[in-house]
Each structure stands twice: as C-alpha cells, then as structure tokens.
Design a binder for this molecule. Structure first.
Ligand code: NAD
Ligand code: DAU
Length: 372
C-alpha cells in the first residue's frame, strides 16, 4: 500500500532531510508537510521538493486540532511522522513556554486528532480501525546524563530529563505511549542522538562553528568543552526512521545513534582543521571568504573561546542501538569523516542559505518565492 505521510516540522533541519530522503526513495508516496514556520522552519529547505506533484506544504500549527483532522481526512493520511518541536536546549532555558506548548500540547493535539480520525471514525474501505502509524521522533536527552564510564542509554534506561527541552520531549514520549496502551493507537517512538548535516540551523554547535570560522568570529565553547555527544549524519536518522516505519512494532521504542562519541572541544578542533585544509586545497575559498583566518593562515583554532557553561549542562550522551540493530536491521551508513566533510562542503557551497538566515531576510525571500 502506498503511504500518504503527514510530516510535522518538515521545514526544519531533520524533517526536511527526511522529506528529501523519502521522496527520493519512495516516489509513489505522497507527502504533506505541516509546519508553522517558526524561526527554525525554512521553506528554502524544501525548495527542491516544491515541484514534485506528490509533495504538499501546509503552513500551520500542530496545536490546531481542526486543521490536523482536516488534513488527515483530505489527504487520506495513513502515516504521521512527527518532527515538529522546539528543539534548542539554550532557548528552552531562557523561554520554556514555547517548548511546553509545541512539544507537549502540540503532540497531545496530534494524538487526539489521530485517535479521532483513525480509530473513532475510520473512513477506510470497511477497515476498522484504519490502518495507520503514528511515529514520534524523540531524543536521547530524555534519558538524562551519563558519567564517563556509564554504559550507553538503552530503551530501558529510566527517563531523567534535565532541561525544559528534554522534560517536554519526555512528556510527549509518555503521552504517545499512553495513546497506544489506552486507545490502541499504532505508535512507534525513536530516540536519537545529535544529528548533523545540511540545513542544520546555525544556532547549533556544528553549523555555528563552521559559519563562525568563515566569518572570523569566536567559537564559543561552553564550560570546559569536555561534554560528550554521539553524532549521527542526518540521512542515517532518516534511514533509521524508515526502518522503524517498515519493521518496528506498535508500542515499541527504538534508539538510533551514531556510535560516534566526541567531546565538544575535539569536534570543534577537528572542524577547524578541516576548514583550514579545504582553504589550502581550493584557493577560490580565500576569495569567497576573505575574512576567514583560514584564508591567511591555517589557524582557525585560535578563534576558540571558552565561555560560561550552559545551566544544567548534561555531561555525556551515548546511545546503545543494539535493539534497533537486532530487531529492525539499523546500522549507520555514513562514517563521521565522510559525513563531516560533506557537511562542511554543504556550508561552503550554500552561503546564500545561511547568510539569509543570519540577516533575517530569508522570511521575505521565501514569501516572495512561494507566496505563502
Ligand atoms: P528544528 O528546530 O530544526 O525544526 C523544527 C521544525 O518544527 C521547524 O520547521 C519549525 O517551524 C517546526 N515547528 C515548531 N513548532 C511548531 C508548531 N507548533 N507547529 C508546527 N510546526 C512547528 O528541529 P530538528 O533539529 O529538525 O528536530 C526535529 C525533531 O527531532 C524534534 O522533535 C527534535 O526533538 C528531534 N531530535 C533532534 C535531534 C537533533 O540533533 N537536532 C536529535 C534527536 C531528536
Ligand atoms: O542529543 C540530541 C539533541 O541534540 C537534540 O534532542 C536537540 O534537539 C539538539 O539541539 C541537540 O542538543 P544539544 O544541546 O546536544 O546540541 P547543541 O548543538 O546545542 O550543543 C551540542 C553541544 O555543544 C552541547 O554540549 C552544548 C555545546 N555547545 C553548544 C553551542 C551552541 C557549545 O559548547 N557552544 C555552543 O555555542
């Protein structure tokens, strides 16, 4: 059966990469993106999908139950992949309200709409309930923090969220679980580690560092820089979700990770070295980015600046993806070396994308382009 997918948050970083992955791999399927286009949503991320007749974009909020119900009916949606969220930990510390609204109330609203249309009111050819899947995209941050020698998070690790962001995601995970156990909604959840790749919003560590090197700006390292994250190329996350949709069991959760732990300071130094090297290999870059230290010396590391730590900063995340490997055949494909090179090249080749975010003009540009 062909899928008709509702992708919430499909104009964000991971959602848009998932849309490209899916349209490319399953050209017969139909995709409807529902996205509120917050500061993190960007229609430019979906530019190449706009001409695909199987792609629709709807600007709207996941907290609008009537809109969601109408979309489920009008587009005969049988699969929801729920990415929409407020996703930046730092913003959750300074302004948690939006996180509670979108991540908790928004997820709850989607669950209510899905239950109503798919279970209470099935409109399928005599099938009751309508054959469906609600996939919830979550994070490893719900498990809290690890010490250096602790084993990695498994699906059985107790939840211990430490930031308003992770607490709101944990809350949404529990609601998703409850809608399965209480109402029989066909749900799956994936908890993933830190993603990196194209279309990553420049408030997050990796894109921030690449862009700041090119602009000769400080590279802020929180605290001692020895916090550890498990980095995964974003396309491998899309692949993991694909496997969960195909082979995952209703009511189950699946960890998705990169098996690729890095201390922040090491990853930043690695990126500095790689950008310096790219400038050595391609002299055009010095003309394109004349402000970059890489243009005059290979000394981007001197931009590193230790700053005040993030309050409640989790020390280490690490994902044990054994269950996903054994039960659904998940294994990341991209090596970190190739993934980070691809990512750096993407930022070198897509300056218009990030420049327009930095100067705020992309909202106007998108309005002109697509008249939304
Ligand atoms: P992002 O911030 O780049 O994108 C979020 C998208 O959701 C944006 O397009 C935004 O406009 C949209 N959105 C926000 N509020 C909305 C609302 N109320 N209604 C409709 N749309 C709304 O986020 P991301 O990094 O792509 O993360 C996507 C999902 O993956 C999130 O659920 C996040 O918790 C999860 N996740 C992210 C990572 C990571 O490393 N970035 C890792 C694991 C899990
Ligand atoms: O683990 C999955 C999570 O990864 C997702 O659920 C979140 O949505 C996503 O934003 C990401 O959270 P992090 O807080 O780990 O990502 P961020 O890029 O903000 O930070 C990565 C690490 O780098 C973290 O230890 C904080 C540190 N950092 C970050 C920034 C922006 C710095 O040292 N300096 C910085 O300027």
């Amino acid at each position: 059966m062909n899928k008709s997918l509702l992708i919430t948050g499909g104009a964000g970083f991971i959602g848009s990469n998932f849309v490209h992955y899916w349209l490319n791999k399953y050209p017969e399927d139909t995709i409807t993106v529902l996205d509120a286009l917050t500061y993190a949503g960007n229609l430019a991320n979906l530019e190449s999908a706009q001409s695909n007749p199987n792609f629709n974009f709807v600007k709207g909020n996941i907290c609008d139950q009537e809109l969601v119900e109408n979309l489920l009916i009008e587009k005969t949606i049988n699969t929801i992949v729920h990415f929409a969220a407020e996703s930046h930990v730092d913003r959750s510390i300074t302004g948690p309200d939006a996180f509670i609204k979108t991540n908790i109330i928004g997820t709850y609203t989607l669950l209510k709409a899905a239950k109503k249309i798919w279970i209470d009111n099935p409109k399928s050819e005599g099938k009751s309930p309508f054959e469906h899947r609600f996939h919830h995209v979550s994070t490893d941050e719900v498990y809290g923090t690890l010490n250096a020698d602790d084993p990695a998070f498994t699906e059985n690790t107790a939840y211990a969220p430490n930031s308003p962001y992770s607490a709101s995601k944990a809350s949404s995970d529990h609601l998703v679980r409850a809608y399965h156990h209480t109402y029989g909604l066909n749900v799956t959840t994936s908890n993933c580690s830190n993603n990196y790749g194209p279309f990553h919003f420049p408030e997050k560590l990796i894109p921030l560092v690449i862009i700041n090197i090119l602009n000769n700006k400080a590279l802020p390292i929180y605290g001692d820089g020895k916090q550890i994250r498990d980095w995964l190329y974003v396309e491998d996350h899309a692949y993991g979700i694909d496997l969960v949709l195909k082979k995952g069991k209703a009511g189950e959760t699946y960890n998705i990770g990169g098996n690729n732990e890095w201390a922040n300071i090491d990853i930043v130094k690695t990126i500095c070295g790689m950008v310096d090297q790219a400038f050595k290999e391609n002299k055009e870059l010095a003309i394109q980015f004349p402000k970059a230290l890489s243009a005059i010396s290979d000394n981007s590391e001197s931009l590193i600046s230790y700053v005040k730590d993030r309050p409640g900063h989790d020390r280490r995340y690490a994902i044990d993806a054994t269950k996903s490997q054994k039960e659904i055949g998940y294994k990341p494909v991209e090596s970190f070396d190739s993934g980070i090179k691809k990512t750096i090249n993407w930022y070198l080749n897509n300056t218009q994308w990030w420049l327009s975010i930095l100067d705020g003009s992309y909202q106007d540009w998108v309005k002109q382009q697509y008249k939304y």
